[in-house]
Design a protein around this ligand. Structure first.
Ligand SMILES: NC(=O)c1ccc[n+]([C@@H]2O[C@H](COP(=O)([O-])OP(=O)(O)OC[C@H]3O[C@@H](n4cnc5c(N)ncnc54)[C@H](OP(=O)(O)O)[C@@H]3O)[C@@H](O)[C@H]2O)c1
Length: 430
């Protein structure tokens, strides 16, 4: 095998990066693999569009069958995005015995298990490292690097847009709406930012990471998701006074073969490694029983960082082809899908209440918490802007979700409590 021919679906941000990496690093790639990689066909919407990369016009097509039914193409590299149409293209490619590399987390989070099954049935590889955290090789780290360990927790900043927004809000004291507009102007947020700011993009990545880390088959619906739209400057300032930074954090943890996966704004101690990850950067913190804590940091998106991950996946597929082990490296899920119940989910919480500023109010509130065995690490009481009101800000010790919900329900019934202003998870400290 002197040359492996590939079909590239998509020639946008990532696709042009893939062409650049293949052209710029051809000698090194050939040295590592012992064969050449040749682009045979490229699928795009508009083949007359000017491209920011040197391409052979004969490559371009708008017809997916020119790639997936091509006799000589052995690997399909999918960097076009989309779900339903893309699923059909990749399904057909796998059934035609073509291996697949994809950067598409939306597709993998929704249909990844089905595609992996089809790949197995056809002795094909499907690799998707670039779909999670762009340039950080986190999939290979979980599957290979930490294969011998029992992974207990994966925690990370896996969405660059929200990290950019939270960083600006924290450092510059600006409100969410102002920073969002700036992020859109700079190209860090899309015109419709909901998938990012409402946490869905991070949830899609976290479910993929949880399944790899815990050898389970969890679904996107198993992830509890809360975005960053409601985070205010007051929340950030109170968190800061108490020694914390707020970030959108994905957390997947497993105890007794039961999992919990969440994506939510989370308070981290200011000196926690993830609290120091700023701007559009991503980082994933992995806790293994034997290895302890490890952290992987880097660009979570962008043309060349993502393309590097795509081409590394492509090289892995070609190595398997040359060794005759394609489609043989899948690890079956080891544990059945089991989720933690509310009484098994433990964490610390930041709670901010708007209360009547009157004698005995504080006592009534602390009574509710002590009836539910909730104790506090930190409490602040401050006068509110409105006359006759006060704000109480608390950070609990570790409590169960059940204790939290019962306490919240009881607080709602107290006349001295006017409103639960905000509530966030606190993580990253014992
Ligand atoms: N951008 C990043 O930093 C990044 C990071 C990690 C993962 N990803 C993932 O990588 C994938 C691609 O992202 P991107 O930012 O490169 O997207 P993009 O810039 O919008 O490029 C998409 C490309 O696919 C082509 N295309 C889309 N739908 C098509 C269809 N139905 N038929 C034919 N061609 C089609 C487009 O053709 P035309 O050029 O002719 O319009 C374009 O070349 C997505 O799944 C994304 O989630 C992106």
């Amino acid at each position: 095998m002197d040359t492996v021919k590939i079909g590239l679906c998509g020639l946008g941000t990532v696709g042009t990066g893939v062409v650049k990496v293949l052209q710029g690093h051809q000698e090194r790639i050939q040295h590592m693999l012992g064969c050449k990689i040749e682009i045979e066909k490229v699928l795009a919407h508009d083949i007359s569009k000017a491209r920011d990369v040197e391409i052979d016009p004969n490559w371009l097509t708008t017809d997916p069958s020119d790639l997936v039914d091509h006799d000589e193409i052995e690997v399909i590299v999918e960097v076009m995005g989309g779900i339903d149409e893309t699923y059909k293209i990749l399904e057909r490619a796998l059934k035609n015995k073509k291996h697949v590399v994809t950067a598409n987390k939306d597709l993998m989070a929704l249909h990844g298990q089905k595609l992996i099954q089809i790949a197995k049935e056809n002795q094909c590889d499907i690799q998707y490292d670039a779909s999670i955290a762009g340039g950080i090789p986190i999939v290979r780290t979980l599957v290979d690097g930490l294969a011998s360990d029992h992974i207990e927790k994966v925690m990370g900043i896996v969405n660059g847009t929200t990290n950019f927004i939270m960083t600006k809000m924290t450092k510059e004291g600006l409100d969410f709406d102002v920073v969002l507009k700036e992020a859109q102007k700079l190209g860090f947020a899309e015109a419709d930012p909901s998938a990012d700011v409402d946490g869905l993009d991070a949830a899609r990545k976290m479910v993929l990471l949880a399944n790899l880390a815990f050898k389970m088959e969890l679904n996107l619906d198993d992830v509890k998701v809360k975005g960053i739209r409601q985070v205010t400057q007051e929340d950030i300032n109170f968190a800061d006074n108490l020694g914390y930074t707020i970030k959108l954090i994905g957390i997947a943890s497993m105890d007794d073969h039961k999992a919990e996966v969440t994506v939510e704004p989370t308070l981290l101690p200011k000196d926690h490694p993830l609290a120091l990850v700023n701007d559009e950067f991503n980082a994933v913190f992995v806790h293994g029983e034997a290895v302890g804590e490890t952290m992987f940091y880097g660009p979570g998106a962008g043309s060349l960082p993502t393309a590097t991950a795509v081409v590394s996946d492509l090289m892995e597929v070609i190595r398997h082809l040359r060794l005759g082990i394609s489609g043989k490296s899948y690890v079956e899920p080891q544990f059945k899908r089991q989720l933690k119940a509310d009484h098994e989910k433990f964490s610390r919480h930041f709670i901010r209440l708007d209360v009547e500023d009157q004698a005995g109010a504080f006592q009534e509130i602390t009574n509710v918490f002590s009836e539910n065995s909730v104790s506090f690490a930190k409490i602040l009481q401050l006068p509110a802007k409105e006359k006759g009101r006060a704000e109480i800000v608390m950070v609990t010790h570790h409590i169960s979700q059940e204790q939290l919900l019962k306490s919240m329900q009881a607080l709602e019934k107290l006349t001295v409590v006017k409103r639960l202003i905000s509530h966030y998870r606190v993580d990253g400290e014992e």
